[in-house]
Write a protein that binds this ligand. Sequence first.
Ligand code: NAD
Length: 380
Amino acid sequence: MTAASGEQRLGLGLIGSGFMGRTHALGFLNAPRVFRLPVAAELELLADATPELAARAAGSLGFRRSTGSWRDLIADPAVQIVDITTPNTLHKEMALAAIAAGKHVYCEKPLAPTAADAREMTLAAERAGVVTAVGFNYLKNPMVKLAREMIANGEIGELRSFQGVHAEDYMADADAPWTWRLDPAGGGGALADIGSHIIAMARYLMGPIERVMGDVATVIGSRPVAPGSSERRKVEVDDVARALVRFANGASGSLEANWLAAGRKMRLDFEIIGSKGALAFTQERFNELQLYRIDDVRGRRGFCTILAGPEHPPYGDFCVAGGHQLGFNDLKTIEVGDFLRALAGEKTGHADFREGLAVMETMEAIYASAREQRWVRVSA
Ligand SMILES: NC(=O)c1ccc[n+]([C@@H]2O[C@H](COP(=O)([O-])OP(=O)(O)OC[C@H]3O[C@@H](n4cnc5c(N)ncnc54)[C@H](O)[C@@H]3O)[C@@H](O)[C@H]2O)c1
């Protein structure tokens, strides 16, 4: 499959074709059609756990070739970009091998099971001079970008507090079976899986987190080893994680990651309070941003809803009409577009391995704080 625009052509090797693998493939297919990009990615090779899985996915997603061996994908001379969408425990080995082969690496979050692993990956990539990216697609929402611009322009004044939640209910059923997301070798549970997103969001909007006071809980002590099985396996990772946080800018805040949140499908929410107003957002209505201004006329004050439209780049690249709304896969398309621009040397401010490492360090500080029952400084 040939990309539609772009000067430089690079071969894409995608590892994994599950939820995220499919989303990444759609992002690479759509990005050159939505944006004018200096680099084109050819959908060259897809690897999955077996040759059969890989062949099926490559056929439906439009990759030229497939393989059951991710090592063969990394060694392939036609692949210059390695895109990792496998379970967390595999990210480090795959990324280090790709970097050693001189390939650019796009890796899903959380970057690795531990901050030490993420540091090793970050330093290796920086030493090799390859371009990296981490899948924090929610930061690519035009309304989140607008919130960041409004904060930078001082529109809500001095930042006073941040409240951030990422709550979903995909593990709420106590009989939901074992998945790789429960593997303690992956580094954590809800905090690693979805908390990594709200930490990245907090950092994007408020800046670095300096210290944390964490509390984590495993609520469902065991899960069936397979769908419908009566055999159960002990759960060792967190179902719910919370932290009080202090930002480097002096503001205070709180974060929550919760995968037992009955009724919540994609509650990635924030509320930011400043001296002149407030901003509120929920990913469940992600084409909207709520703004409150304290200097509005008395008796008329209240949160107003700003609807996403072409005034909020890059919305207009997808649709000329406001209020028609972007979708989840569009966020990945924007992320892929920024990554491809970064490959051409443009400064896109995209989340790279160093950002993935900073998120891991914050997560690890929350786990350490919960264990030691004290405030913990996030290592720089
Ligand atoms: N950014 C986001 O919004 C987002 C959303 C969901 C998941 N994720 C992240 O994406 C990654 C994958 O999650 P998912 O939900 O797509 O998982 P998934 O289980 O749906 O897909 C994982 C894929 O990896 C493949 N795989 C497993 N072992 C492999 C091996 N040894 N070699 C090659 N392929 C192998 C599986 O066959 C499958 O195709 C995780 O790191 C997860 O945290 C990110």
